[in-house]
Write a protein that binds this ligand. Structure first.
Ligand code: GAP
Length: 488
Protein backbone atom coordinates (compact mmCIF):
# COMPACT_ATOMS: atom_id res chain seq x y z
CA UNK A 1 0.00 0.00 0.00
CA UNK A 2 2.76 2.46 0.97
CA UNK A 3 4.17 3.99 -2.18
CA UNK A 4 6.05 6.99 -0.82
CA UNK A 5 9.60 7.12 0.41
CA UNK A 6 8.75 7.67 4.07
CA UNK A 7 10.77 5.34 6.27
CA UNK A 8 10.82 4.84 10.02
CA UNK A 9 14.46 5.93 10.05
CA UNK A 10 13.43 9.30 8.60
CA UNK A 11 10.54 9.68 11.06
CA UNK A 12 12.74 8.82 14.05
CA UNK A 13 15.50 11.17 12.84
CA UNK A 14 13.08 14.06 12.29
CA UNK A 15 11.44 13.42 15.68
CA UNK A 16 14.82 13.72 17.39
CA UNK A 17 16.11 16.61 15.25
CA UNK A 18 13.06 18.81 15.74
CA UNK A 19 12.23 17.81 19.32
CA UNK A 20 9.12 15.73 18.81
CA UNK A 21 10.12 12.50 20.54
CA UNK A 22 13.19 11.38 22.50
CA UNK A 23 14.18 8.07 24.00
CA UNK A 24 13.42 8.07 27.73
CA UNK A 25 16.51 8.38 30.00
CA UNK A 26 18.65 8.78 26.90
CA UNK A 27 21.67 10.15 28.79
CA UNK A 28 21.81 6.81 30.66
CA UNK A 29 21.57 4.76 27.48
CA UNK A 30 17.77 4.71 27.28
CA UNK A 31 15.22 2.21 28.56
CA UNK A 32 13.40 -0.04 26.11
CA UNK A 33 9.77 0.77 25.38
CA UNK A 34 9.65 4.22 27.04
CA UNK A 35 9.57 7.51 25.12
CA UNK A 36 9.53 11.20 26.03
CA UNK A 37 7.71 13.88 24.05
CA UNK A 38 9.73 17.06 23.41
CA UNK A 39 8.42 20.62 22.95
CA UNK A 40 6.81 19.96 19.54
CA UNK A 41 5.78 16.38 20.31
CA UNK A 42 3.89 17.30 23.45
CA UNK A 43 1.88 19.88 21.45
CA UNK A 44 1.19 17.42 18.61
CA UNK A 45 0.02 14.66 20.94
CA UNK A 46 -2.04 17.14 22.97
CA UNK A 47 -3.72 18.30 19.75
CA UNK A 48 -4.48 14.67 18.82
CA UNK A 49 -6.05 14.09 22.23
CA UNK A 50 -7.91 17.43 22.13
CA UNK A 51 -9.32 16.60 18.68
CA UNK A 52 -10.53 13.21 19.99
CA UNK A 53 -12.00 14.76 23.16
CA UNK A 54 -13.74 17.50 21.21
CA UNK A 55 -15.16 14.94 18.77
CA UNK A 56 -16.29 12.58 21.52
CA UNK A 57 -17.24 14.79 24.46
CA UNK A 58 -17.23 18.59 24.36
CA UNK A 59 -18.38 18.91 20.75
CA UNK A 60 -21.08 16.26 21.06
CA UNK A 61 -24.58 17.46 20.12
CA UNK A 62 -27.19 15.75 22.32
CA UNK A 63 -30.13 17.33 20.51
CA UNK A 64 -29.56 15.76 17.08
CA UNK A 65 -29.53 12.27 15.63
CA UNK A 66 -26.07 12.24 14.07
CA UNK A 67 -25.73 10.87 10.52
CA UNK A 68 -25.69 7.06 10.65
CA UNK A 69 -26.54 6.87 14.38
CA UNK A 70 -29.54 4.79 15.48
CA UNK A 71 -30.69 7.62 17.81
CA UNK A 72 -29.43 10.65 19.71
CA UNK A 73 -27.23 9.88 22.70
CA UNK A 74 -25.43 11.36 25.70
CA UNK A 75 -21.67 11.58 26.12
CA UNK A 76 -19.57 12.46 29.18
CA UNK A 77 -15.89 12.36 30.14
CA UNK A 78 -14.03 10.71 33.01
CA UNK A 79 -10.52 10.51 34.44
CA UNK A 80 -9.79 7.54 36.70
CA UNK A 81 -6.73 6.32 38.60
CA UNK A 82 -3.91 4.24 37.18
CA UNK A 83 -3.81 2.01 40.27
CA UNK A 84 -7.13 0.45 41.22
CA UNK A 85 -8.38 -2.11 43.73
CA UNK A 86 -6.66 -5.42 42.83
CA UNK A 87 -10.04 -7.18 42.68
CA UNK A 88 -10.81 -5.14 39.55
CA UNK A 89 -8.17 -7.06 37.58
CA UNK A 90 -9.27 -10.42 39.00
CA UNK A 91 -12.94 -9.92 38.12
CA UNK A 92 -12.12 -8.46 34.69
CA UNK A 93 -10.00 -11.50 33.82
CA UNK A 94 -6.77 -9.55 33.35
CA UNK A 95 -4.93 -11.34 36.15
CA UNK A 96 -5.53 -14.74 34.52
CA UNK A 97 -5.69 -13.81 30.87
CA UNK A 98 -3.66 -10.70 30.15
CA UNK A 99 -0.55 -12.44 28.99
CA UNK A 100 1.67 -12.90 25.96
CA UNK A 101 3.43 -16.13 25.06
CA UNK A 102 7.22 -15.89 25.00
CA UNK A 103 10.21 -18.09 24.27
CA UNK A 104 13.70 -17.74 25.76
CA UNK A 105 16.99 -18.66 24.19
CA UNK A 106 18.89 -20.57 26.89
CA UNK A 107 22.18 -19.82 25.13
CA UNK A 108 22.08 -16.04 24.67
CA UNK A 109 19.29 -15.35 27.25
CA UNK A 110 17.30 -13.25 24.74
CA UNK A 111 13.50 -13.31 25.05
CA UNK A 112 11.09 -13.19 22.10
CA UNK A 113 7.33 -13.02 21.75
CA UNK A 114 6.28 -16.44 20.51
CA UNK A 115 4.26 -14.94 17.66
CA UNK A 116 7.22 -12.77 16.57
CA UNK A 117 10.01 -15.34 16.42
CA UNK A 118 9.65 -15.52 12.64
CA UNK A 119 10.14 -11.75 12.29
CA UNK A 120 12.92 -11.39 14.93
CA UNK A 121 16.69 -11.56 14.59
CA UNK A 122 19.01 -13.92 16.40
CA UNK A 123 21.13 -11.53 18.57
CA UNK A 124 24.27 -13.57 17.83
CA UNK A 125 23.66 -13.76 14.08
CA UNK A 126 21.23 -11.01 13.02
CA UNK A 127 20.92 -12.39 9.48
CA UNK A 128 19.22 -15.46 10.99
CA UNK A 129 16.00 -15.90 12.94
CA UNK A 130 16.03 -17.06 16.58
CA UNK A 131 16.49 -20.83 16.54
CA UNK A 132 18.40 -20.87 13.24
CA UNK A 133 21.93 -20.47 14.64
CA UNK A 134 23.65 -23.74 15.55
CA UNK A 135 23.98 -22.65 19.20
CA UNK A 136 20.36 -21.49 19.64
CA UNK A 137 18.42 -23.35 22.32
CA UNK A 138 14.84 -22.04 22.42
CA UNK A 139 12.41 -23.00 25.21
CA UNK A 140 8.80 -24.02 24.61
CA UNK A 141 6.40 -21.02 24.56
CA UNK A 142 5.44 -19.88 28.08
CA UNK A 143 2.94 -17.37 29.50
CA UNK A 144 3.97 -13.94 30.72
CA UNK A 145 1.44 -11.60 32.35
CA UNK A 146 2.15 -8.17 30.93
CA UNK A 147 0.66 -6.15 33.80
CA UNK A 148 3.23 -4.18 35.83
CA UNK A 149 3.04 -5.13 39.50
CA UNK A 150 3.64 -2.70 42.38
CA UNK A 151 2.85 -2.43 46.10
CA UNK A 152 0.52 0.02 47.82
CA UNK A 153 1.72 1.23 51.23
CA UNK A 154 4.85 0.52 53.20
CA UNK A 155 4.65 -3.27 53.32
CA UNK A 156 5.92 -5.43 50.47
CA UNK A 157 3.64 -8.43 50.89
CA UNK A 158 0.98 -10.16 48.77
CA UNK A 159 -1.82 -8.23 50.50
CA UNK A 160 -0.32 -4.96 49.24
CA UNK A 161 0.04 -6.08 45.61
CA UNK A 162 -1.49 -3.81 42.98
CA UNK A 163 -1.13 -3.28 39.25
CA UNK A 164 -0.59 -0.37 36.90
CA UNK A 165 -3.63 -0.44 34.63
CA UNK A 166 -3.10 -2.02 31.20
CA UNK A 167 -6.18 -0.17 29.84
CA UNK A 168 -8.30 2.78 30.95
CA UNK A 169 -11.58 0.94 30.35
CA UNK A 170 -11.89 -0.77 33.75
CA UNK A 171 -11.97 2.59 35.55
CA UNK A 172 -14.92 3.47 33.36
CA UNK A 173 -16.85 0.25 34.08
CA UNK A 174 -16.33 0.56 37.83
CA UNK A 175 -17.73 4.11 37.69
CA UNK A 176 -20.80 3.18 35.62
CA UNK A 177 -23.20 3.57 38.57
CA UNK A 178 -21.57 6.82 39.75
CA UNK A 179 -22.02 8.40 36.32
CA UNK A 180 -25.60 7.17 36.01
CA UNK A 181 -26.59 8.58 39.36
CA UNK A 182 -24.79 11.93 39.08
CA UNK A 183 -24.87 13.12 35.48
CA UNK A 184 -28.48 12.52 34.37
CA UNK A 185 -27.38 10.49 31.36
CA UNK A 186 -29.66 7.80 30.01
CA UNK A 187 -28.84 4.72 27.94
CA UNK A 188 -27.61 5.01 25.20
CA UNK A 189 -24.64 7.03 26.39
CA UNK A 190 -20.86 6.99 26.21
CA UNK A 191 -18.10 7.62 28.75
CA UNK A 192 -14.81 8.79 27.26
CA UNK A 193 -11.47 8.66 28.97
CA UNK A 194 -7.89 9.53 28.00
CA UNK A 195 -5.00 8.37 30.12
CA UNK A 196 -1.81 6.43 30.60
CA UNK A 197 -1.75 2.65 30.41
CA UNK A 198 1.13 0.30 31.04
CA UNK A 199 2.01 -3.06 29.54
CA UNK A 200 5.26 -4.89 30.16
CA UNK A 201 5.58 -5.77 26.47
CA UNK A 202 8.09 -8.56 25.84
CA UNK A 203 9.40 -6.90 22.71
CA UNK A 204 8.52 -3.20 22.48
CA UNK A 205 9.32 -2.11 18.94
CA UNK A 206 8.77 0.24 16.04
CA UNK A 207 9.39 3.49 17.90
CA UNK A 208 6.24 4.59 19.79
CA UNK A 209 4.04 1.98 18.08
CA UNK A 210 4.48 -0.63 20.82
CA UNK A 211 5.72 0.85 24.08
CA UNK A 212 5.50 -0.14 27.72
CA UNK A 213 3.99 3.16 28.84
CA UNK A 214 1.48 4.76 26.48
CA UNK A 215 -1.74 6.71 26.38
CA UNK A 216 -5.13 5.43 25.38
CA UNK A 217 -8.24 7.25 24.19
CA UNK A 218 -11.06 4.86 25.04
CA UNK A 219 -14.80 5.32 24.97
CA UNK A 220 -17.25 2.86 26.50
CA UNK A 221 -20.67 3.18 24.92
CA UNK A 222 -23.57 1.69 26.90
CA UNK A 223 -26.64 0.67 24.94
CA UNK A 224 -29.56 -1.75 25.04
CA UNK A 225 -28.88 -5.32 23.88
CA UNK A 226 -31.41 -4.88 21.04
CA UNK A 227 -29.64 -1.89 19.52
CA UNK A 228 -26.03 -2.96 20.16
CA UNK A 229 -25.29 -4.33 16.69
CA UNK A 230 -26.40 -1.05 15.06
CA UNK A 231 -24.26 0.96 17.47
CA UNK A 232 -21.27 -1.28 16.74
CA UNK A 233 -21.59 -0.52 13.03
CA UNK A 234 -22.06 3.17 13.74
CA UNK A 235 -18.92 3.50 15.89
CA UNK A 236 -16.73 1.49 13.51
CA UNK A 237 -17.61 3.79 10.61
CA UNK A 238 -17.48 6.98 12.62
CA UNK A 239 -14.02 6.23 13.95
CA UNK A 240 -12.60 5.58 10.49
CA UNK A 241 -14.12 8.88 9.33
CA UNK A 242 -12.39 10.71 12.22
CA UNK A 243 -8.94 9.64 11.05
CA UNK A 244 -9.73 10.65 7.48
CA UNK A 245 -11.07 14.05 8.62
CA UNK A 246 -7.68 14.81 10.19
CA UNK A 247 -5.63 13.84 7.19
CA UNK A 248 -5.02 10.08 7.05
CA UNK A 249 -5.56 8.96 3.48
CA UNK A 250 -8.36 6.43 3.21
CA UNK A 251 -6.26 4.19 0.96
CA UNK A 252 -3.74 3.84 3.80
CA UNK A 253 -6.48 2.82 6.25
CA UNK A 254 -8.37 -0.40 6.46
CA UNK A 255 -11.16 -1.67 8.67
CA UNK A 256 -10.51 -5.34 9.35
CA UNK A 257 -13.22 -7.42 10.97
CA UNK A 258 -11.83 -10.17 13.22
CA UNK A 259 -12.80 -13.74 12.41
CA UNK A 260 -14.46 -15.76 15.24
CA UNK A 261 -11.11 -17.44 16.12
CA UNK A 262 -9.32 -14.14 16.57
CA UNK A 263 -11.89 -12.57 18.90
CA UNK A 264 -11.57 -12.43 22.69
CA UNK A 265 -13.89 -14.86 24.51
CA UNK A 266 -16.29 -12.07 25.48
CA UNK A 267 -16.38 -10.32 22.12
CA UNK A 268 -19.54 -10.29 19.99
CA UNK A 269 -17.59 -8.54 17.21
CA UNK A 270 -14.28 -6.73 16.88
CA UNK A 271 -12.87 -4.68 14.04
CA UNK A 272 -9.40 -3.16 13.92
CA UNK A 273 -8.80 0.18 12.23
CA UNK A 274 -5.40 -0.34 10.65
CA UNK A 275 -2.88 1.96 9.00
CA UNK A 276 -0.10 1.25 6.49
CA UNK A 277 2.77 2.23 8.83
CA UNK A 278 6.13 2.60 7.05
CA UNK A 279 7.78 -0.14 9.14
CA UNK A 280 5.46 -2.67 7.50
CA UNK A 281 5.95 -4.39 4.18
CA UNK A 282 4.00 -3.20 1.16
CA UNK A 283 0.36 -4.28 1.51
CA UNK A 284 0.53 -4.76 5.29
CA UNK A 285 -1.35 -2.74 7.89
CA UNK A 286 -0.87 -2.26 11.66
CA UNK A 287 -3.52 -1.71 14.35
CA UNK A 288 -4.37 1.88 15.20
CA UNK A 289 -7.56 1.26 17.10
CA UNK A 290 -9.83 -1.64 18.05
CA UNK A 291 -13.60 -1.25 17.99
CA UNK A 292 -15.26 -4.02 20.02
CA UNK A 293 -18.76 -5.15 20.75
CA UNK A 294 -18.20 -6.44 24.31
CA UNK A 295 -21.79 -7.46 25.04
CA UNK A 296 -22.65 -7.37 28.77
CA UNK A 297 -19.32 -8.96 29.75
CA UNK A 298 -17.79 -6.01 31.59
CA UNK A 299 -20.69 -4.91 33.77
CA UNK A 300 -21.60 -8.52 34.57
CA UNK A 301 -17.98 -9.32 35.52
CA UNK A 302 -17.93 -6.45 37.98
CA UNK A 303 -21.29 -7.55 39.41
CA UNK A 304 -20.93 -11.34 39.49
CA UNK A 305 -17.22 -12.14 39.17
CA UNK A 306 -14.80 -13.35 36.51
CA UNK A 307 -16.70 -14.83 33.57
CA UNK A 308 -15.64 -17.67 31.31
CA UNK A 309 -17.26 -18.99 28.17
CA UNK A 310 -19.22 -22.23 28.28
CA UNK A 311 -20.65 -22.87 24.83
CA UNK A 312 -22.71 -19.83 23.93
CA UNK A 313 -22.90 -18.63 27.53
CA UNK A 314 -20.65 -16.53 29.72
CA UNK A 315 -20.75 -18.02 33.22
CA UNK A 316 -19.04 -17.19 36.50
CA UNK A 317 -15.86 -19.21 36.91
CA UNK A 318 -15.99 -21.16 40.17
CA UNK A 319 -13.34 -22.56 42.52
CA UNK A 320 -13.17 -26.07 44.02
CA UNK A 321 -15.92 -25.10 46.53
CA UNK A 322 -18.28 -23.98 43.80
CA UNK A 323 -17.79 -20.31 44.76
CA UNK A 324 -16.82 -17.55 42.29
CA UNK A 325 -13.08 -17.89 41.68
CA UNK A 326 -12.75 -14.10 41.55
CA UNK A 327 -15.91 -12.47 42.95
CA UNK A 328 -17.25 -9.25 41.50
CA UNK A 329 -18.39 -6.27 43.57
CA UNK A 330 -21.87 -7.69 44.20
CA UNK A 331 -23.28 -4.25 43.26
CA UNK A 332 -26.24 -4.10 40.90
CA UNK A 333 -24.94 -2.60 37.64
CA UNK A 334 -28.11 -3.24 35.65
CA UNK A 335 -30.20 -0.42 34.18
CA UNK A 336 -33.91 0.29 34.30
CA UNK A 337 -35.04 1.67 30.96
CA UNK A 338 -38.02 3.90 31.67
CA UNK A 339 -38.93 4.13 27.97
CA UNK A 340 -39.30 0.36 27.47
CA UNK A 341 -40.04 -0.26 31.18
CA UNK A 342 -37.47 -3.07 31.17
CA UNK A 343 -34.37 -3.89 33.19
CA UNK A 344 -31.18 -5.13 31.55
CA UNK A 345 -27.40 -5.13 31.81
CA UNK A 346 -26.30 -2.65 29.11
CA UNK A 347 -24.13 -3.87 26.27
CA UNK A 348 -20.86 -2.07 25.60
CA UNK A 349 -19.37 -0.89 22.31
CA UNK A 350 -15.78 0.20 22.79
CA UNK A 351 -13.70 2.23 20.32
CA UNK A 352 -10.21 1.95 21.92
CA UNK A 353 -7.47 4.03 20.32
CA UNK A 354 -3.85 4.67 21.25
CA UNK A 355 -2.83 8.34 21.43
CA UNK A 356 0.79 7.47 20.65
CA UNK A 357 0.01 5.23 17.68
CA UNK A 358 -2.37 7.85 16.34
CA UNK A 359 0.33 10.51 16.74
CA UNK A 360 2.77 8.24 14.92
CA UNK A 361 0.31 7.65 12.08
CA UNK A 362 -0.25 11.40 11.66
CA UNK A 363 3.51 12.01 11.68
CA UNK A 364 4.09 9.31 9.03
CA UNK A 365 1.25 10.57 6.86
CA UNK A 366 2.45 14.19 7.11
CA UNK A 367 6.11 13.48 6.31
CA UNK A 368 7.08 14.60 2.82
CA UNK A 369 10.16 15.60 0.87
CA UNK A 370 10.12 17.98 -2.06
CA UNK A 371 12.30 20.63 -3.68
CA UNK A 372 11.61 24.35 -3.57
CA UNK A 373 13.62 27.25 -5.01
CA UNK A 374 15.81 29.23 -2.62
CA UNK A 375 16.22 33.05 -2.71
CA UNK A 376 18.38 32.68 -5.87
CA UNK A 377 15.87 30.36 -7.55
CA UNK A 378 18.01 27.24 -7.09
CA UNK A 379 15.89 24.19 -6.15
CA UNK A 380 16.63 22.99 -2.61
CA UNK A 381 15.40 19.76 -1.11
CA UNK A 382 13.21 20.23 1.91
CA UNK A 383 11.48 18.05 4.48
CA UNK A 384 7.96 19.21 5.24
CA UNK A 385 5.37 17.93 7.69
CA UNK A 386 2.00 18.43 6.03
CA UNK A 387 0.07 18.12 9.28
CA UNK A 388 -3.60 19.04 9.41
CA UNK A 389 -3.74 22.61 10.84
CA UNK A 390 -5.72 21.36 13.87
CA UNK A 391 -2.87 19.00 14.73
CA UNK A 392 0.06 21.25 13.91
CA UNK A 393 2.04 21.97 17.12
CA UNK A 394 2.61 25.61 16.15
CA UNK A 395 -0.06 27.35 14.06
CA UNK A 396 2.01 30.27 12.78
CA UNK A 397 5.52 31.67 13.04
CA UNK A 398 6.18 35.40 12.97
CA UNK A 399 9.47 36.79 11.65
CA UNK A 400 10.99 40.20 11.09
CA UNK A 401 13.00 39.97 7.87
CA UNK A 402 15.88 41.90 9.47
CA UNK A 403 16.66 42.88 13.04
CA UNK A 404 16.37 46.65 12.45
CA UNK A 405 14.20 49.45 11.06
CA UNK A 406 11.43 48.74 13.57
CA UNK A 407 10.70 45.32 12.01
CA UNK A 408 11.23 43.31 15.25
CA UNK A 409 8.83 45.62 17.13
CA UNK A 410 6.18 45.36 14.39
CA UNK A 411 6.56 41.56 14.25
CA UNK A 412 6.44 41.21 18.05
CA UNK A 413 3.17 43.17 18.09
CA UNK A 414 1.61 40.72 15.60
CA UNK A 415 3.04 37.79 17.54
CA UNK A 416 1.57 39.01 20.85
CA UNK A 417 -1.79 39.58 19.19
CA UNK A 418 -1.91 36.02 17.76
CA UNK A 419 -0.63 34.53 21.01
CA UNK A 420 -3.95 35.32 22.66
CA UNK A 421 -5.58 32.73 20.37
CA UNK A 422 -3.01 30.17 19.22
CA UNK A 423 0.36 28.61 19.85
CA UNK A 424 2.58 30.87 17.73
CA UNK A 425 6.34 31.18 17.46
CA UNK A 426 8.57 34.24 17.17
CA UNK A 427 12.03 34.04 15.59
CA UNK A 428 14.38 36.78 14.41
CA UNK A 429 17.62 34.79 14.05
CA UNK A 430 19.16 33.34 10.87
CA UNK A 431 18.37 33.66 7.20
CA UNK A 432 14.70 33.84 6.29
CA UNK A 433 15.06 30.72 4.11
CA UNK A 434 16.40 28.70 7.06
CA UNK A 435 13.66 30.00 9.31
CA UNK A 436 11.02 28.88 6.79
CA UNK A 437 12.66 25.46 6.43
CA UNK A 438 12.70 24.92 10.20
CA UNK A 439 8.98 25.67 10.39
CA UNK A 440 8.26 23.39 7.42
CA UNK A 441 9.92 20.52 9.30
CA UNK A 442 7.91 21.38 12.39
CA UNK A 443 4.64 21.32 10.44
CA UNK A 444 3.78 25.02 11.01
CA UNK A 445 1.06 25.84 8.44
CA UNK A 446 1.79 29.59 8.14
CA UNK A 447 4.73 31.99 8.38
CA UNK A 448 4.18 35.72 8.67
CA UNK A 449 7.06 37.99 7.72
CA UNK A 450 7.44 41.69 8.42
CA UNK A 451 9.69 43.39 5.84
CA UNK A 452 10.71 46.86 4.66
CA UNK A 453 7.30 47.46 3.05
CA UNK A 454 5.41 46.70 6.27
CA UNK A 455 6.11 50.05 7.90
CA UNK A 456 4.98 51.85 4.72
CA UNK A 457 1.61 50.17 4.13
CA UNK A 458 1.02 48.04 7.26
CA UNK A 459 1.14 44.80 5.25
CA UNK A 460 3.06 41.57 5.81
CA UNK A 461 3.71 38.43 3.77
CA UNK A 462 1.79 35.27 4.61
CA UNK A 463 3.54 32.09 3.47
CA UNK A 464 1.69 28.80 3.10
CA UNK A 465 3.68 25.74 4.24
CA UNK A 466 2.36 23.33 1.62
CA UNK A 467 2.46 25.46 -1.52
CA UNK A 468 5.22 27.82 -0.25
CA UNK A 469 3.21 30.62 -1.96
CA UNK A 470 3.45 34.03 -0.38
CA UNK A 471 0.75 36.68 -0.44
CA UNK A 472 0.68 40.22 0.85
CA UNK A 473 -2.03 40.83 3.39
CA UNK A 474 -2.93 43.63 5.79
CA UNK A 475 -1.46 43.05 9.24
CA UNK A 476 -4.84 43.95 10.75
CA UNK A 477 -6.48 41.04 8.87
CA UNK A 478 -4.05 38.29 9.92
CA UNK A 479 -6.22 37.09 12.82
CA UNK A 480 -9.32 36.62 10.70
CA UNK A 481 -7.38 34.98 7.83
CA UNK A 482 -5.79 32.48 10.22
CA UNK A 483 -9.13 31.90 11.91
CA UNK A 484 -10.63 30.89 8.57
CA UNK A 485 -7.71 28.82 7.26
CA UNK A 486 -6.84 26.99 10.47
CA UNK A 487 -10.41 25.82 10.87
CA UNK A 488 -11.03 24.90 7.25
N1 GAP B 1 -9.76 -1.67 26.31
C1 GAP B 1 -9.41 -2.36 25.11
C2 GAP B 1 -8.00 -2.29 24.80
O1 GAP B 1 -7.17 -1.85 25.57
P1 GAP B 1 -6.26 -2.87 22.93
O2 GAP B 1 -6.50 -3.24 21.49
O3 GAP B 1 -5.42 -3.77 23.75
O4 GAP B 1 -7.73 -2.71 23.55
C3 GAP B 1 -6.33 -0.33 22.37
O5 GAP B 1 -5.67 -1.40 23.00
C4 GAP B 1 -5.34 0.54 21.64
O6 GAP B 1 -4.30 0.95 22.55
C5 GAP B 1 -4.59 -0.17 20.51
O7 GAP B 1 -5.35 -0.19 19.32
C6 GAP B 1 -3.35 0.70 20.38
O8 GAP B 1 -3.62 1.85 19.62
C7 GAP B 1 -3.09 1.10 21.82
N2 GAP B 1 -2.05 0.23 22.39
C8 GAP B 1 -2.20 -1.00 22.91
N3 GAP B 1 -1.02 -1.49 23.33
C9 GAP B 1 -0.09 -0.55 23.05
C10 GAP B 1 1.33 -0.46 23.25
N4 GAP B 1 2.02 -1.42 23.83
N5 GAP B 1 1.96 0.67 22.83
C11 GAP B 1 1.27 1.68 22.24
N6 GAP B 1 -0.06 1.64 22.06
C12 GAP B 1 -0.75 0.55 22.44
Amino acid sequence: MRQDNTTMEKIVALSKRRGFIFQSSEIYGGIGGFWDYGPLGVELKRNVKDAWWRDMVTGHDVTSVLPGAPSSFDMVGLDTTIIMHPQVWKASGHLDLFYDMFVDCKTCKARFRADQVESSQCPRKPSRRPGEHADCDLTEPREFNTMFKTYVGALIDPEAEAYLRPETAQGTFTNFKNILSTSRVKVPFGIAQIGKSFRNEITPRNFIFRSREFEQMEMEFFCSPDSSQDWYTYWRDRRVAWYVSLGLKSEKLQLREHGPDERAHYSCGTADIEYAFPFLAQGEFGELEGVSHRGDFDLRSHMEGKLVREGDELVVETDEHGQPKYPGSGKDLSYFDDVTQSKYVPHVIEPAAGADRTTLAFLCEAYDEDAIPDEKGVPQERVVLRLHPRLAPVKAAVFPLVKKDGQPEFAAEIYRDLLTRWNVFYDEKGSIGKRYRRQDESGTPFCITVDHQSSEDQTVTLRDRDSTKQERVKASEIQSILEERLNS
